[in-house]
Design a binder for this molecule. Sequence first.
Ligand code: GLY
Ligand code: MN
Ligand code: MN
Length: 532
Amino acid sequence: MGDVVTDKDKEYEAQEASQAPGADQPMHDRTNNRTLRPRSDAFREFMTTGWDNQEPDIKPLESSTYIPARLEALGSQFPGERLVIPAGQPKVRNNDDDYAFRPDSVFSYYTGLGQDYEAGAVLVLNPISADDPEAKSGATHHAELFVPPRADNSTEDYYANAHYGEYWVGPRAGLKELHAMTGLETHDIAQLADAIGKDVGAEAGAVRVRAIRQADPEVTGMVEAARQANGFADPGDNAAEDDKLLEYASEARLVKDSFEINEMRKAIAATKKGFDRILARLPEAVGKPRSERMLEGAFNAVAREEGNTVGYDTIIASGKDAPILHWMRNTGVVGDGELLLIDAGVEVESLYTADISRTFPVNGTFTPLQRKLYQTVLDSQQAGFEAAQPGATYSDIHHACMRVIAERLHDWGILPVDVEESLSPEGQQHRRWIACGVAHHLGLDVHDCAQARYESYQGAKITPGMIFTIEPGLYFAQNDLLLPPELRGIGIRIEDDVLMTEHGPEWLSAGIPKQIEDVEQWIQQQSSARTR
Ligand code: GLY
Ligand code: MN
Ligand code: MN
């Protein structure tokens, strides 16, 4: 039966049409044209009465005890300056559909907030004067968190605002809740522009402002307006000042505190479960069209069950897809007898992510050739691990991994020059088969601390508290005419997450099997777990 349209319906539609904005309606308003929104006073009154209160659970977050030290370290770098750190806005997927919101990582680090409910929030560190009582204890700044208030059932936004209204999105944390969760003083976001612009000036005693400018263009606009109006007229200079803040915030995360280390352990444990789920699904996937997607779905389901989501797009690459470095289409067939390369990580609710790669023989047993290649990558990774002693640099890890790869390629008659020539800066021929890097910092971002300076990252000494990957590989493309045919269409990567401790490096992901016999046993265990 079709819908019955009554005269009343027609009357309602006619009334809507009479209120319609017409041809000069701005484009950005037009997404509302697809629904008939009730606008009557009777409806408004009806919708703001008769609801029971839904109070969100408001406990202090475990991260909240770590925030004061992080903020103090940040403030000490920028005395007398106002620092503006936005969470960012939801990104539009299309029209009025957004991607799931993920706050900017700098905001997360300095507020301890993860999850998705603080879109639009802004952390402001206000400089305090020397005679302020807080300054006696060494503080340089006072932190304030500006947030959209709750649109609970006492407000019209409750049902009318699809972004924040709790009728649409469920109970949110507002000022009271976010204060309880973070320990930070909270204010209504409506006061942000005044708070940013207050006392700004170039003269002695006035306040300078810096912002994490990439996070929220609207907030950057407010900051820029305050600067332009108060003696900071050069946008290039202002952007350069902002970049220094971003650089510091990136470098501050190079060494993790104990909360972060614990979150990384959780992310890795969840990622292990994701790999378990993949292996349990593997027998069913073999030979099926788009079966890489079946395995992607298995992992991603665990990421949602155990954590926030995946930390980056999952790579599931079998056979000829495996040597494609960023194969994320995952549309291929998981073929019997092939090697299956998987690079995947769960991001937990606090937004810390693991980054793990494993390579599996699809039918459960490595062939002699597959073993030889796999063992090479394993040996390369172990060499990188042994090079990663406290005081070594990232470059040391890189060179140790690469030496093993170059030597084996030479032994197999593939390298067109000798090992030393290839390893020299003028050579590097071995990189044809491993063009990517083999180590990076890991934490809130999969490529964490990416705005750090070279001398703080690649050229820096590795110190206790740093978490990083070691992830060599061999990528033998299907169309590589310089390889013997039997090697073409094979990709291997082994990637683990490492914590530097006082006593040396620790494999954080030691619980995820990678030795040849252990991998074969793991595949067997999981496939029988599925059939039990
Ligand atoms: N999954 C990205 C990387 O390994 O760096
Ligand atoms: Mn990685
Ligand atoms: Mn990876």
